[in-house]
Design a protein around this ligand. Sequence first.
Ligand code: G3I
Length: 376
Amino acid sequence: MPTTRRELLRNGALLAAGVGVLGPARLLATAASAEPTLAELARASGRYVGTGAAMENLLADAAYRALVTNQCTHLTPENEFKWTTLRPSPAQPFNFGPADLAVTFAEQNGLRVRGSCFTWANDTPWWFDSYVTPANALSVLEQHITTVMTRYKGRVYSWDVVNEATDGKGYYPTRWAKLLGPRYIDNAFTIAHRADPAAQLVMNEYNLEYTNNYSRDRQRFCLKVLDDLLSRNIPVHALGVEAHLEWAAVKDQFDPKQHRRFLRTIESMGLKVVITELDVLDVNLPTDPVYRDKCIGETYKRYLGTVLEEPVVEGVISWGLSDKYSWMNTGAEARFNRADGTKQRPLPYDDAMAAKPARAAFAHALAGAKPVRGRR
Ligand code: G3I
């Protein structure tokens, strides 16, 4: 992530000049592929397709930039809206440079922007524990959410207000939960709605897809939290289902009928569902990339073929579009390191931006998707 002023100025100049943003790279991609884009296929059922991506990758790699702007209509800046990016310290001004760059890039390329996220255990700036106390926590949270959402009002249409708040049968012990109790969730959504009443406010969760006890516990508790919030008229509008999938789990512990019941329960609560971070972990598959890509494609087919049968699912955001920029391939987390030393292959396109079986499965599921409510 560019943090230096020089890098931001360079990127800003790039955007301002429009060099590579709407230039030949995108036209090339359009000309090269006569097949419908993922976005066009999604639009046919009243949905959208997007991806999580980092500006440093989109601006540095014209081929990736063309792929994303050609295949998607939505963008979730991967880290630009996080505390660790926005808040260098409580004494310094907000660092809006990266997020400004992302929103401007999106607007220049006709992409709608999702912002992520305002409360998350894994996004804690270095100064947090020494600065935030039970006495000032609510005002710190309010200042953060209000400042950020006011700046991007009308430019960011949807926000992951609360990220990964649950853990099985209870609340995840995040710093906000310890400082304010579980009502930090009420606080965050209420503050967000006041800041931008038109924004879609989302509770984003992971591991909601499977029939094993832990996932079922997570599903049940997630429904309880949402029900409690709605019973107090807290303005939550959608559940974000991250869908960081694992190929064996989808093969052996995913029951389409059960997952559709879960999605319909969310719909019965008057909420929407956004698939917010789709990718497929293949850490345990054998080395052969052809076989791996076949298995991953089958996972996309099984999962998307299920969730796109439900009108409550309004859109699908993958977490990256090319394996080249998957968060699982940065080396940051040892759990993603394969024994054979090869990189993960979790996304619809490979390192060279070539379509994989997962892209075909994604397209096929979108083409056969049941329309969202109100669309013929
Ligand atoms: O920008 C700094 C750079 O200046 C520094 O030199 C470098 C080494 O310390 O770190 C860089 O920041 C990293 C950042 O990604 C940008 O690359 C952080 O350390 C690293 O923790 C961060 O990882 C992100 C992670 O969330 C934590 O915020 C991943 O890119 C991102 O894909 C991942 O995404 C999350 C969603 O937000 C929430 N759901 C789960 C998903 C996967 O963890």
